[in-house]
Design a protein around this ligand. Structure first.
Ligand code: NAD
Length: 242
């Protein structure tokens, strides 16, 4: 038995990083987990943990509806898919901006629209959205599009929470600082001098280290069971924004 015994959980972007760690943490608490990712191959090793896997691009409206329905209507939805765009307002315009809004914001609304009707029927549902401290909470250099979209995730979260608070639905946002995930590794490698890039990311964390995907996953497990909190931003950032 676990704290999520019998709960159906649905996770986007579960192929690696925070999404993967969270799918595993939900399963460890005995939830019935459907792990999805645009890259189906990254999901393969999750099957050994009793997790159902399914290739899913959250930008595809019909695929999202089919996936939510066929996974048996989740009690717990973790919206983790997101993209980091690097640059200031001078470096990003229509294409990059539109893509980030579509993936980081609109796709979350899409999965919520697909998951909510069944949650409302049961008068019970928990939605967790991946935002960031780089949002309305904090500006970071070269994260213009990213910060705009993650601020929107906070607005989206509060809006959904307000509309459905009396119907048994909770909707919360997680705001991490810098987490050592495969895509962060990619950004550090792309910077040219890997060690210098890593040192710079670590330096902005007052705790002197990066977060781990498992630490973020444990907050998601906590929120799944925290029945008296909704519409809130839950910061987990090693003190970056304190
Ligand atoms: P990651 O960036 O390493 O992996 C992202 C995953 O998303 C990949 O498996 C990829 O295949 C998948 N994906 C990409 N496009 C998709 C799509 N259209 N549909 C479905 N899946 C798709 O993972 P991460 O760094 O742990 O980031 C996960 C989330 O956490 C993102 O929303 C990110 O913005 C947020 N976040 C990360 C950090 C960090 O420092 N890593 C900090 C704050 C917030």
């Amino acid at each position: 038995t676990g704290s999520l015994q019998g709960k159906r959980a649905f996770v986007t972007a579960a192929g690696q990083g925070i999404g993967r760690a969270t799918a595993l943490a939900f399963a460890a608490e005995a939830a019935l987990v459907t792990a999805t990712d645009i890259d189906g191959e990254k999901l393969a090793s999750l099957s050994a943990h009793g997790i159902s896997t399914r290739q899913l691009d959250v930008l595809d409206p019909h695929a999202v509806e089919d996936a939510l329905r066929e996974s048996g209507s989740p009690d717990l939805l973790f919206n983790c898919a997101g993209v980091v765009h690097s640059g200031s307002v001078l470096d990003a315009w229509d294409d990059d901006f539109d893509f980030a809004v579509a993936l980081n914001v609109k796709a979350m609304a899409r999965t919520i629209r697909a998951a909510l009707p069944a949650m409302l029927e049961r008068q019970d549902g928990c939605i967790i959205n991946m935002a960031s401290v780089v949002s309305s909470l904090k500006g970071a250099p070269n994260r213009f599009v990213y910060g705009v979209t993650k601020a929107a995730v906070i607005g989206l979260t509060k809006s959904v929470a307000a509309d459905f608070v009396a119907s048994g639905i909770r909707c919360n946002a997680i705001c991490p600082g810098t987490v050592d995930s495969p895509s962060l590794q990619g950004r550090m490698q792309a910077a040219g001098d890997y060690e210098a890039a890593r040192a710079a990311f670590v330096a902005r964390q007052p705790m002197g280290r990066l977060g781990t995907p498992e630490e973020i996953a444990s907050l998601a497990v906590h929120l799944a069971g925290a029945k008296f909190t909704t519409g809130q931003v839950h910061v987990i950032d090693g003190g970056w924004s304190m």
